[in-house]
Write a protein that binds this ligand. Structure first.
Ligand code: ZN
Ligand code: ZN
Length: 154
């Protein structure tokens, strides 16, 4: 799915307004359709796309990421002006990570390969289908439905 991730990744220096509009147009959606899908007020979408709204609250970010099927991390990088490449590779410790919470920054550091807490090898793929993890906001793999965090061993 690498190619899909590339087309939905923000371009370097791409402002939030252009990014949201581009993804919306990729889907041939009107602003109204996007607002419905994201559960966000139609005026908010208009403000975002006209560049009047740069700092989105968490609820809006989550709604947009879900509606546009992009990793929340992409949207956050664009909102916060962070480097996108640093967030593209998500890694986590399959033992310590609590699903639905942000990963420890020490896991996502490109130099980390093992968990600082328990020494388990970090992973960035679904253990079942080996697709890259799109967002650690998800608890389950969108490709195969496998839980990202294996059930605790009995
Ligand atoms: Zn660990
Ligand atoms: Zn999977």
């Amino acid at each position: 799915m690498a190619s899909e991730l590339v087309t939905c990744a923000p371009h370097p220096e791409e402002p939030l307004s252009d990014y949201v509009r581009r993804l919306r147009q990729q889907r041939s959606w009107t602003q109204f359709q996007l607002s419905e899908a994201a559960g966000v007020h139609r005026q908010t979408i208009g403000k975002i796309e006209s560049g009047d709204s740069q700092r989105l609250n968490r609820r809006v970010r989550k709604g947009l990421a879900l509606a546009l099927s992009i990793p929340l991390e992409y949207l956050e990088a664009v909102c916060d002006g962070a480097d996108v490449p640093s967030v593209v590779r998500l890694k986590f410790c399959p033992q310590c990570w609590v699903p639905g919470t942000a990963p420890e920054s020490m896991w996502t550091d490109p130099r980390s390969h093992y968990c600082f807490g328990c020494g388990t090898e970090l992973t960035h793929r679904c253990q079942q289908c080996k697709e890259s993890i799109l967002s650690l906001q998800f608890r389950f793999c969108p490709y195969c439905g496998n839980s990202y965090k294996p059930a605790a061993s009995p």
